[in-house]
Design a binder for this molecule. Structure first.
Ligand code: BTN
Length: 267
């Protein structure tokens, strides 16, 4: 099924039971990047809760300058605008929050358990099914804007992935052996994100850090982290209060890493 752009946007908006997310919902046939479009709207004064969904992206962006493979009809590419009041150095916690909403959503639809891989990949049996790109736009006059972009591989067949992704990526269809309705997943993600955002606002960041911990297999494992051109290995210990990953190195020292600066490999 391809999107029926206008009626899908109305359907999503009308069926969302959200406090903040979904103030405006747009579904577009093709765009360079949904994160880029939300950023443009933000700079023109868009309200919190704006959702932009695209059938395909021509320049889908991943973390660390990578591209996000965004073919039409099979994937979900969407971005949400939040305008939380928080100190910019606490933005890591929103990456944690978005990851929690994403893994809970994928587990509603996956026949095999999905888990979080630092910083914000969702993997099933070590293969990536979804990724998040959270971008903070700082603004002197208005509250900061936080753009949460998510890509989910939903109905891709193995042969639809390009060579460089064939061994590392999967889709819900490959895992389940059945296709899954993309609109239902979108609705679920938006409602989960809205609920986790409310939980964070009322209960604080510890509740998010705990949920992240419950949905990862990372802690206690040896991992290596690439920071710039340096590779640092150690045991993944926990997330600290700022939502950074704490790594224990061979010499016993501990170091915390921001989600924006690293790639990680689990052994
Ligand atoms: C990653 O795993 O590196 C993050 C991928 C994020 C992809 C999504 S698709 C919707 C939104 N728009 C983009 O350009 N990127 C994000």
């Amino acid at each position: 099924m391809i999107y029926d752009f206008e009626s899908d946007a109305a359907n999503i908006k009308n069926n969302l039971n959200c406090t903040r997310i979904g103030s405006v919902v747009m579904v577009l046939p093709e765009i360079d990047s949904t994160n880029n479009l939300v950023k443009k709207y933000l700079l023109n004064g868009a309200e919190e809760g704006l959702v932009v969904i695209a059938e395909s992206q021509t320049k889908g962006r991943g973390r660390l300058g990578r591209t996000w493979y965004s073919p039409s009809k099979v994937g979900i590419y969407l971005s949400v605008l939040l305008k939380p009041q928080f100190a910019p150095d606490h933005s890591s916690i929103f990456t944690i929050l978005a990851g929690v909403a994403a893994v809970l959503t994928i587990n509603e639809f996956s026949h095999q358990r999905a888990s979080l891989k630092w910083p914000n990949d969702i993997v099933i049996s070590k293969q990536k099914v979804s990724g998040l790109l959270c971008e903070l736009v700082q603004n002197r006059i208005e509250p900061n804007g936080l753009i949460i972009g998510i890509g989910i591989n939903v109905n891709h067949l193995p042969e639809q992935f390009p060579e460089n992704l064939k061994n590392s990526a999967t889709s819900l269809r490959i895992v389940n052996g059945l296709s899954v309705d993309r609109l239902t997943i979108i609705q679920s993600f938006l409602m989960n994100l809205d609920r986790e955002y409310q939980t964070y606002l009322t209960k604080g960041k510890q509740s998010m850090i705990e949920k992240w911990r419950l949905n990862t297999d990372l802690f206690g494992k040896k991992i290596s982290i690439k920071r710039g051109s340096t590779i640092i290995s150690g045991i993944a210990k926990r997330l600290n209060d700022a939502g950074q990953l704490v790594l224990s190195q061979e010499n016993g020292s501990e170091e915390a890493f921001e989600s924006g600066e690293i790639t990680s490999r689990i052994y």
